[in-house]
Design a protein around this ligand. Sequence first.
Ligand code: NDP
Length: 405
Amino acid sequence: MGQKRIIIIGAGGVGAVVAYKCASVPEVFGEILLASRTKAKCDKIAASIGDNRIQTAQVNADNVPELIVLIQSFKPDLVINVALPYQDLSIMEACLATKTHYLDTANYEPKEVAKFEYKWQWDYKQKFADAGIMAILGCGFDPGVTNIFTAYAHKHYFDEMHYLDIVDCNAGDHGKAFATNFNPEINIREITQKGKYWNLGKWIETEPMQIHKPIEYPNIGFRDSYLLFHEELESLVKHFPTLKTARFWMTFGQKYLMFLNVLQEIGMTSIKPIMYEGKEIVPLQFLKAVLPEPSSLGENYKGETSIGCQIRGIKDGKQRTYYIWNNCNHAEVYKECGAQAVSYTTGVPAMIGALMILSGEWSGKGVFNVEEFNPDPFMKKLPIYGLPWNEEIDKALPIEKEDFC
Ligand code: NDP
């Protein structure tokens, strides 16, 4: 395929993993530029990878002209966006202007409203197609691998999928009183909004954290899991219309929920600006500034994550169940690259998605979600780059062990 050039935007927990993983495949990623708001963070990551593999730059990714200058000067084949969801549209605009492929791991949300949906990015489909380039949306773990697991299940195991439960457990302990595993602002906005799931052709809304039940996770055991809205549900029910129900579950420990509750009650998770000593500040942004950075959590992080898809449907006229998942150990990934498992499970798929585009194994013109492509070459690469997966066919699904509820 020959050596290619990429720009990675965002030098947080995920950006560090993407840079490290891309640098470890020099036969594809020939030239890498890591750019972010704070250049010192890019320099630190570049120094830890060594061998002058990574160039660095400062960029404000909210500023389209600045992004265009950066892209025109480096001339990448692809931009990987692992900054924040707020920057998705500005980076897509710059990619359009320079006719450069685009990939991200989280869908756009406006700063002023805690609301995420694909509409804003799907609206770019025609413009990207006309420019002859592709944008791949949501290529982390969830969204990302969970979409690809679903596409793989559909391709190989089902004639019709009816029920999908995405189950996401972090059974790790980082030893901090309270911290989030990815950007605190984005994370807290996500989990404090109303829950939502797909049922018989419509979205059912719930109060935040209203529905929860213990679910058994491989190698971990039962963990209380909460129904949340997660963005991949939107694209999966669109692309797999036989799904009658699609839900997303995530585990939270009691201590985490207690802290979150206090922070909410006292107004620290609010995104409404307030005046503080004559200056306007957003409480949640201030909270982010005092919480540990996701990239700093790896040291002493014990335990593992387990994320997968539990599916029920029909094959050859018979009922079929299918469970596919990955477990990822915090301490092992820290040993490999100084990261924690949430950054790692996001960064590795972003790098594999980049490989898919640059090798031409995934191709097209327009804006795509990952489940629209052939899942097989991606699934083959997951274990090679650190994320082995397991599957169980026609066994009782853990989500359905209702006796503990
Ligand atoms: P971090 O907060 O650790 O990193 C975000 C990075 O983006 C920081 O380096 C930050 O710079 C940079 N940044 C923010 N605003 C700008 C800007 N305007 N211009 C340039 N750079 C900017 O977050 P994570 O690494 O944990 O998460 C990164 C992304 O990955 C998020 O979008 C998150 O939602 C997504 N994600 C996706 C998952 C999935 O499975 N699909 C799971 C986990 C995360 P600075 O350091 O200066 O603030």
